[in-house]
Design a protein. Structure first.
Length: 481
């Protein structure tokens, strides 16, 4: 079925909107909730899902068309289309592709375009072509498989000033999503109210602030219609890339592991023995952000295994991780070089769960294990304590004597061990799993935080914020999951 809308050919409308008057717009289909007139209503789109718009919905994966008929032949050499994209949530992303035709001697002929026929989201896609004299243009749209498509605005004026302004806005658009300041968060607010940013962070924010001033100036000039040299925007983008690349290069390679989710434990302290992978299969990979074009490199993989956790050695050359295969009961400690060499098992007690290994300054490993064979008062599984051993798995010694569970250790900058402790001394059944510290040898045991806090119930998986003394990032969790 063909749809058409007749538009008035009053010159005043063209003067008011700046658009060419059309005898009619024709489309292969228009959704009942949309309008054909919106295709050329003179509105400058703000988003790719602006209302009103036109769509071919519910036609999906189809070939559609739109024709733009003029009241008299015109010479044209470019056109601009702003595609509909109501995803996520809608069914009409930008189309897969499209073609442009002009009417010549009553027949449709393809234009000789000098550039790509773009389908970029959120901008006018401009295509230039060899000049033609015609009384109609036609676009043929190929929707993506299983999806619809549509048009927010089609502008055939080829007005150089309008096209340049849009080009400038298109160039500046990536800067709109760039954050020149740290995103608001409780952590950022806490740092600013207490110790403040580090010297490096202040310098970085200062460089971004200077770039933001330039970006705001260019944006204001574009909005006011002032001419802006494209080179200024290109140089500004290059500055951002330079600053960003400098920060990224300082990060160095990132190492991470993959696995399927673990089952939910009854309580935080139970996760060492109660968590079971939904499916088997895991890997360890390294990724270098300074080479974003390269994929992550896999240095270890086992389709019949799972990884519980992983930590980096002090010299950043070795990974310590807790691993088990499908046929095994308990997590065991392993090590592997960051290049994938030197894989070996450290644990020597297959009947005990052993996880969370961190390297101490003297080269020994501190970890938590169920070797003591104690049992949680209200759970059917073993308790865990902190242990120290040599890198070869020998010399194991317990360095905490909690009757319930100690877990999730981490070294503080001053050498103390920060960990989560669950016990029932002077408290009720449910609360509290708070943070404690001790020396690696078990001495100087003392409260760090949370013993008198009732909500949240559990502080665990803590990490010190580099350069900020006693500032800690922690996972807040309920006692029971």
């Amino acid at each position: 079925m063909k749809y058409a809308i007749v538009l008035p050919t009053v010159a005043a409308i063209g003067l008011l909107t700046g658009h060419l008057e059309a005898d009619e717009l024709k489309v292969s289909h228009c959704f009942s909730g949309d309008t054909i007139a919106s295709i050329n209503d003179g509105t400058e789109p703000q988003t790719p899902r602006d209302q009103p718009h036109h769509s071919f919905w519910p036609h999906r994966g189809t070939n559609e068309w739109v024709e733009y008929h003029f009241d008299a032949p015109r010479e044209l050499s470019a056109t601009e289309i702003y595609w509909l994209d109501d995803t996520p949530g809608g069914g009409c992303p930008v189309p897969q592709s499209w073609r442009l035709f002009y009417r010549k001697d009553g027949k449709w002929a393809p234009v000789q375009n000098t550039g790509p026929l773009g389908v970029e989201k959120g901008v006018f896609n401009r295509v230039a072509f060899s000049p033609v004299v015609t009384d109609a243009l036609r676009i043929e749209v190929k929707s993506r498989p299983g999806r619809g498509s549509g048009i927010v605005e089609w502008d055939v004026r080829d007005d150089p000033k309008v096209a340049r302004s849009r080009q400038m806005k298109r160039l500046i658009k990536p800067l709109e999503s760039f954050s020149f300041e740290p995103p608001p968060s409780a952590l950022i607010d806490l740092i600013q109210r207490t110790e403040g940013f580090s010297r490096e962070a202040k310098e970085y924010c200062g460089r971004l602030g200077a770039i933001k001033q330039d970006a705001d100036q260019i944006r204001a000039e574009i909005e006011s219609g002032e001419p802006v040299e494209q080179d200024r925007i290109v140089k500004l983008a290059a500055k951002i890339d330079e600053v960003g690349a400098g920060q990224v290069s300082r990060l160095g390679p990132i190492t991470f592991f993959t696995r399927y989710p673990l089952s939910r434990p009854n309580a935080a302290n139970c996760y060492i023995w109660q968590s079971v992978p939904e499916r088997w299969g895991c890997s360890i990979r390294t990724y270098d952000p300074s080479h974003a074009d390269l994929p992550a490199k896999t240095i270890f993989a086992d389709p019949a295994g799972s990884i519980f956790d992983m930590n980096l050695s002090r010299d950043a050359k070795t990974l310590f991780f807790s691993f088990k295969r499908k046929i095994e009961n308990c997590w065991q400690l392993y090590e592997i070089g960051i290049d994938g060499s030197g894989l070996k098992k450290i644990s020597r007690d297959p009947a005990s769960y052993e996880v969370g290994a961190i390297e101490l300054p003297d080269g020994d490993l501190l970890f938590f294990s169920t070797r003591r064979c104690g049992f949680t008062v209200c759970q059917p599984g073993p308790t865990s304590n902190l242990y120290v051993m040599h890198r070869d798995g020998s010399g194991v010694r317990c360095v905490s004597q909690n009757t319930l569970s100690d877990l999730s250790p981490r070294l503080l900058p001053d050498g103390r061990v920060l960990f989560t402790r669950w016990e029932y001394i002077d408290r009720d059944l449910t609360y509290r799993q708070s943070l404690w510290t001790q020396n690696p040898d078990g001495r100087s045991y003392q409260l760090f935080f949370g013993n008198t806090v009732r909500d949240v119930a559990t502080f665990w998986q803590c990490r010190p914020v580099p350069g900020h003394g006693n500032l800690i990032v922690s996972t807040f969790a309920p006692h029971h999951s």
